[in-house]
Write a protein that binds this ligand. Structure first.
Ligand code: KIV
Ligand code: ZN
Length: 502
């Protein structure tokens, strides 16, 4: 009989720490419900003490989902634990995830402490959390660079104090797969009472080894794996949910380890997260990238046509990529649009569907073929409708041997403002015109233009980062006109700067 591997999803906590990926509570609930449908066992919903928004999201997600355990992160600090317990009050099954650094770096330079004191604080935090919930997970931060003998001592003590799960994070993504596997094996063999708890992997991808390390940990005895959709997370990200789920599904016979993931929901959940977080999936990303099942060379195409398994180890249908898709054109009706939106994970009410449909028809007049990415862009535009500063009009003059000029009209809280500027190029001229209208001083720090699909009739996506008074704001814009998309991205950043009332 196969062993059960528990999937702990931290897209809404570790994933959401990525700059520019922040979601509001409604969007988080949408993701949490999609994770529930996907079959994850535990949803890490946030770090409640970090902000009122995070606290509220944990409360609302606890109310919205039914069967997965809802987990809240804390430091090994009583106040954090009190707040997490309060945030979890509506959870049908709640878990507190508390912990402290155990590596020499963390003990000495981050915590200015020593091994004995850290051990005491770890035990105290677990005991304190146990007063509120039965299910307490302990994390030994930077376990990847911690001494195995000391780590075993901490793990043994926290299990004795009541920890039900012990997380062994490779916080800096430093370990090699064999090293990480040996760490888990060492704990399995040297910690008294280890079978009273579940060991968990939590691997970061700084050296591109997050999934390999997680698999190695699992093969050596860990039975919970901490993951995010599309592998998003701090720096180079976390272990990808979709990779782990498909590894254990494709190799089930030899590995005899099973997850509860309904793999047919993987693709749509991945697209939902990518769209809501404005975080494009790299085309060659395993399992969910645009090219993951695309065969371009003649030899491969011929081989696949003879027998799919010649070049494919996964049937795309198993991850929810339906090859016999309905093509969207200007002649498509609402039903076809609704079908595609649902494939992407969006269930719209009639009113919203009607409004997206009107925008869809306008776009379909400009583009022959509407791809799913175009739909994501349309949904993004609707999310922007409530912005305070809106672009009303834009005209640019540019070309070879022409000095670029832009005229812009903005609507700010209902009032119209117009400005004209020149610049080094049309985008520069348009942004300078916007800056003439605004009173705040902002600097463009990052500017990334991406074509959504292919061809010259394409929709372009712009990701932008601006700085204002030592804070960074991330924005997104999409349009068939790349200069309009750039201005929209700039305004999206500006709209995120808090308004200070005088
Ligand atoms: O990477 C890490 O160590 C973490 C812990 C807070 C679990 O995210
Ligand atoms: Zn992490």
């Amino acid at each position: 009989m196969s062993d059960r591997l528990y999937i702990f999803d931290t897209t809404l906590r570790d994933g959401e720490q990525v700059p520019g990926c922040q979601l509001n509570t409604i969007e988080k609930i949408e993701v949490a419900k999609a994770l529930e449908e996907l079959g994850v066992d535990i949803i890490e919903a946030g770090f409640p003490i970090s902000s009122p928004g995070d606290f509220n999201s944990v409360v609302e997600i606890s109310k919205a989902v039914t069967w997965p355990t809802i987990c809240a992160l804390t430091r090994a600090v009583e106040k954090d634990i009190d707040v997490a317990a309060d945030a979890l009050k509506f959870a049908k099954k709640g878990r507190i995830h508390t912990g402290i650094g155990t590596s020499p770096y963390h003990i000495k330079y981050k915590l200015n402490s020593n091994e004995d004191e850290i051990l005491e604080r770890a035990v105290a935090a677990v005991k304190y959390a146990k007063k509120y919930v039965e299910d307490v997970e302990f994390y030994a931060e930077d376990a990847g660079r911690s001494d195995n003998v000391y780590l075993a001592k901490v793990v043994e003590a926290v299990i004795k104090a009541g920890a039900t799960v012990v997380n062994i994070p490779d916080t800096t993504g430093y370990c090699l797969p064999h090293e990480y596997g040996e760490k888990i094996k060492f704990l399995m063999e040297n910690v008294k009472g280890v079978h009273k708890a579940t060991l968990s992997t939590h691997c970061h991808n700084d050296l591109g080894m997050a999934t390999a390390n997680s698999v190695s940990g699992i093969l050596n005895g860990a039975r919970q794996v901490e993951v995010t959709l599309n592998g998003i997370g701090e720096r180079a990200g976390n272990t990808s949910l979709e990779e782990v789920a498909m590894i254990f599904k494709s190799r089930e016979k030899e590995l005899e380890i099973l997850t509860n993931i309904n793999t047919k929901n993987i693709y749509k959940t991945s697209r939902l997260v990518s769209s809501l977080m404005n975080m494009p999936v790299q085309p060659n990303k395993a399992i969910v990238g645009r090219n993951a099942f695309a065969h371009s060379s003649g030899i491969h195409q011929d081989g696949v046509l003879k027998n799919r398994e010649n070049y494919e180890i996964i049937d795309p249908v198993d991850v929810g990529i339906n090859e016999s898709s309905i093509v969207l054109t200007a002649r498509s009706g609402r039903a076809a649009l609704k079908h595609h939106l649902e494939n992407l994970g969006f269930k719209l009410n009639k009113e919203r569907l009607d409004s997206v449909y009107q925008d869809f028809l306008k776009l379909a007049d400009k583009k022959k073929d509407i791809k799913e990415d175009d739909l994501l862009m349309l949904l993004g535009e609707i999310r922007g409708e409530n912005q305070r500063i809106k672009l009303d009009f834009l005209q640019v003059l540019s070309g070879k041997e022409v000095h670029p000029m832009a005229t812009i009209r903005l609507v700010i809280a209902g009032e119209k403002f117009t400005a004209t500027s020149d610049g080094n190029g049309p985008v520069d001229a348009a942004i300078k015109a916007v800056k003439q209208i605004l009173t705040r001083h902002v600097t463009v720090e990052e500017f990334l233009i991406q074509a959504i699909t292919r061809g010259s009739d394409d929709v372009g996506k712009v990701h932008m980062t601006v700085s204002h008074e030592e804070h960074y704001y991330h924005g997104f814009g999409a349009h068939t006109d790349i200069i309009t998309a750039s201005v929209e991205a700039f305004l999206d950043c500006i709209n995120k700067i808090p308004v200070v009332k005088k």
